[in-house]
Design a protein around this ligand. Sequence first.
Ligand code: FAD
Ligand code: SF4
Length: 458
Amino acid sequence: MNLSPNKTPMPVQPPEERRKNFGEVALGYGEAQAMEEAARCLSCKGRPCVGGCPVGTDIPGFIALIKEGKFEEAYETISRTSCLPAVCGRVCPQENQCEKYCVRGKKGEPVGIGALERFVADLHAERGVPAEKPQPNGRRVAVVGSGPAGLSCAGELAKRGYEVTVFEALHVAGGVLTYGIPEFRLPKKIVAREVEALRALGVKIETNAVAGKTFGIAELKAEGFEAVFLGTGAGLPKFMGIKGENAKGVFSANEYLTRVNLMKAYEEGSETPVCRAKKAVVVGGGNVAMDAARTAVRMGAEVTVVYRRSRAELPARGEEVRHAEEEGVCFRLLANPTEILTDGEENVIGVKCAEMTLGEPDASGRRRPVEKEGGGFVLEADCVIMALGTSPNPLLKRAEEGLSTGPRGEIAADGEGRTSLDGVFAGGDAVTGSATVILAMGAGKRAARAIDEYLQNK
Ligand code: FAD
Ligand code: SF4
């Protein structure tokens, strides 16, 4: 047993180095470090950590196998509940999930569950263990969207023998994992590996296919797909509606990250146009804001994050905020943009901000930011990135008659993903609004089980 109150440190690229490259920041445990960390686990009978995992992974079970050096068996244990362990091990907010409930966290740091999951998944991939192709049952299901919800639904159905085709609007599969989360947090080769694993199970992936535009649900049914899963995410960015927001140099975080990540604007000689700012202002305080800020640092900018509440309310993961600060990102807290300032040619030259204070709690339970009388300040900037959240794209709602949606454009679905249309299921951010990878994955899996049941009874 390892009685250390602290986690076995995760090797990372030093801040001074990593702020100049897009290589992964956290480098992952080796075997010795993983076994040392696994030895901190107390194999608690009550399994509180499992209660904190949205997909109920057998955490003490897989950690016990690591302790014995049975790494492949540990992988099998995790993959019973998670189809993207290398991704979840990297990007799940473990501090609010499994690790939050870990008993070791009461008198020190919790067991590094995410780091151990990542270790096991990476080792499995290095070993290249081939997947067993299931016996086909001759029935076809269409999955629209290739983010974690669509991929997990497709994987689950393929394992049950269904012939699954995933239709993706972009030219590459993976959803936010590919176009949003930056390379330095989630290398694209890992997402590509997970997509390849699905192909090995027999899943077909058609890119550049936009539901509601290049095809519709009726056409899928006419082509012989007996059920459809909609995992189209929540990619529509929000803006503030302030003066100057249409100026040259103002981006939504989604667009900025897509240009840099997916379109590889960071590579030398890339033809993707992107703002190579000297001074960038990122508006927002969530994980997306941190990703945009840290990306802009790597693109050579001096970066300031403007957030209207205080540090205590920052919604981003503590680790992301710490990494951003280490990389030189400045934070202007309790501040809110009121106008984007431009030159005579509509280029951004600055951001006018009001100073804020915190009032009574609002509906979310967080104290409401209230503008202070007088004061205010201007931040010089040649690029502004808005990271204010996203909502589901209205394309499907407009195109598919009878598909019920909620007030924010989210597809209305029950806990198993059933929508208002017969044989059409939905899950992930398209239903919940912007959430997390593991929740999207869980929704995809539940919907796959419901689709299986629906088709068995059909
Ligand atoms: P998405 O991942 O959005 O995938 C939807 C897919 O559907 C996309 O590929 C899209 O192109 C496609 N699509 C959309 N419309 C159509 C159509 N009409 N036809 C065909 N295809 C279509 N979560 C975490 O847990 N940890 C993190 O660290 C984290 N960081 C994030 C960083 C960023 C920058 C962003 C934007 C999000 C982050 N999230 C994080 C949230 C997480 O990525 C999402 O909750 C998750 O990806 C949702 O999965 P999804 O499958 O529902 O949708
Ligand atoms: Fe191990 Fe922590 Fe889970 Fe207990 S709560 S079994 S110590 S990971």
